[in-house]
Design a protein around this ligand. Structure first.
Ligand code: ADP
Length: 484
């Protein structure tokens, strides 16, 4: 199949979270399965700041979005480790900014342009996609554009669209007055009319109305988003479209996240040979300037420090536990100022026990995964989550709230049977989280002898799970095939 994968993030070029990882790994897996995949994304300043070389493939494409004339050009590179072409939409006034997203007055224009440019690129390169795979609100106008603006072109005769929801919390909702700059003003009647009357225009909502198929990143999240409590206002539309909505778990990039061969680690380790993990623990604690004690468990957290990730719950629960129990805490995360401040204070309040790093560092994230014993992921909601899967692979036992993809990937450990892969709490409150942490500490015990043997068995339960994209890509192909 010919597949165009349109995304606002593709690692390593640009990534702010899980979308960036998926934006690279899924196209890679589709290409490995023998398909002609091409990726399209914006050329943010960080993309060309990294000393890479790009070939200009289309010097100039002019877009007229309701009288706003935008000139874009197209550059090409490849997805590292593959021959998958990546097309970069270059438009310095829109994309040359320090952060990927912003709250500026032209945010709608930035991604309307991306969506237009993705289709124009197909025309310029004579690439006839069977599937255009759109991701989140930033590329969600493509299905409607295809129908209202590009259907005259026989190039798109067999093109079907798939829209993947990576996080329903981000919908790209703008004042209805931005309509002309979507380039779709003539087709105003095709937008959701109640929304327009209420003065709003939602990119994601529009995509949900017109995509031929909708997917989201875990089966549990696919159910949750159809309920009023977790549908963030779109549950009605999602229920209407339930017949084309599928939940497919994300995979992990097993080359990038492989404890046996990880360029970011001092030594490798695996389910069969675990000793290297302890060396990684020493390296992590040295880097975090914490004392190392083999029998003291290290809990860790790597996340965007935002409401979704349950950081407020960590803040209200952890101090008391740190006061009364023997464990260390390593936090790597950037995000809301108040949360960053909290962890700075916590570090000062618990010297030798807590370390906080506010960097965004791929290298450090790998070391944290490798060198810690328990990984905290008490997300309020979690469409899929990648870190709990990296943790499973690295023998770092995940401790999660039973929601979304966390509920689909982590099974409650039962010390009696030895089955299970982590610690799971049902109720998103202090009692729930502290129950799970106490339970993890109980199972850890003295961290030696029989306790250690049991812990290692628990680690191995997770380390051997099939989590790679090669196990998931078939589900996407099924969705694509059904559209033909
Ligand atoms: P989300 O997409 O909601 O941020 P995921 O768990 O799906 O959550 O993916 C998060 C990704 O971002 C992981 O690859 C994680 O390692 C990475 N990440 C988050 N914060 C940092 C950080 N401060 N430094 C390095 N990587 C980070």
């Amino acid at each position: 199949m010919n597949i165009l994968f349109a995304s606002s993030e593709v690692a390593p070029f640009a990534k702010s979270g899980g979308l960036g990882d998926v934006g690279a790994a899924l196209p890679r897996a589709l290409a490995a399965a023998g398909h002609d995949v091409r990726v399209v994304m914006p050329m943010y300043s960080r993309v060309h700041a990294q000393g890479r070389t790009f070939t200009e493939v289309v010097p100039a494409m002019w877009l007229d979005l309701g009288g706003t004339h935008v000139k874009v050009s197209l550059y090409e590179s490849v997805l590292p480790g593959t021959t998958v072409p990546v097309y970069f939409v270059r438009c310095p006034p829109l994309y040359d900014r320090p952060s990927l997203y912003g709250n500026g007055p032209d945010e709608h224009l930035r991604f309307a342009v991306l969506s237009w440019a993705a289709l124009k690129a197909c025309q310029a390169l004579r690439f006839a996609p069977d599937v255009i795979h759109c991701n989140d609100w930033q590329t969600a106008l493509i299905p409607l554009l295809l129908r209202a603006r590009f259907s005259w072109d026989r190039l798109f005769e067999n093109t079907r669209t798939v829209l993947t929801i990576h996080n329903l919390g981000h919908q790209g909702t703008f004042p209805a007055s931005v309509m002309p700059q979507t380039g779709l003003a003539d087709s105003w009647y095709l937008f959701h009319q109640d929304e327009l009357r209420a003065g709003r225009l939602g990119f994601l909502m529009t995509g949900l109305l017109y995509a031929n198929a909708i997917t989201t990143v875990s089966p549990t999240y696919a159910k949750e988003i159809q309920t009023p409590s977790q549908g963030v206002g779109l549950d009605g539309i999602l229920r209407q479209r339930a017949d084309v909505l599928t939940g497919i778990l994300n995979g992990i990039d097993e080359d990038e996240w492989n404890p046996a061969n990880d360029k970011h680690l001092p030594v490798g380790f695996s389910a069969e040979a675990l000793t290297g993990k302890d060396t990684c623990k020493q390296a992590l604690l040295a880097a975090a300037k914490l004392p190392y004690r083999r029998d003291v468990p290290v809990f860790s957290l790597v996340a965007r420090l935002v409401w979704q990730k349950g950081i407020d719950l960590v803040e209200s629960t952890l101090p008391n536990l740190l006061r009364h129990h023997r464990f260390q805490l390593v936090v790597l995360g950037k995000g809301e100022h108040k949360h960053e401040e909290f962890f700075r204070l916590l570090e000062r309040a618990f010297p030798g026990k807590v370390a906080y790093d506010s960097a965004f560092s791929e290298r450090r994230a790998h070391l944290v995964e490798a060198g810690s014993d328990v990984f905290l992921m008490p997300s309020r909601y979690e469409p899929c989550g990648l870190n709990q899967m990296y943790s499973l692979r690295y023998g770092t036992v995940p401790l999660v709230h039973k929601t979304g993809g966390l509920a689909d990937t982590v099974w409650q450990y039962n010390p009696r049977t030895g089955r299970g892969t982590g610690f799971v709490f049902d109720h998103f409150d202090e009692a729930g989280l502290s129950w799970a942490i106490r339970r993890a500490l109980e199972v850890w015990g003295t961290g030696t002898g029989e306790y250690r043997a049991r812990w290692e068995a628990l680690m191995r339960n997770g380390m051997v799970l099939p989590l790679g994209w090669k196990h998931r890509v078939g589900r996407y192909l099924e969705v694509y095939q059904k559209l033909r």
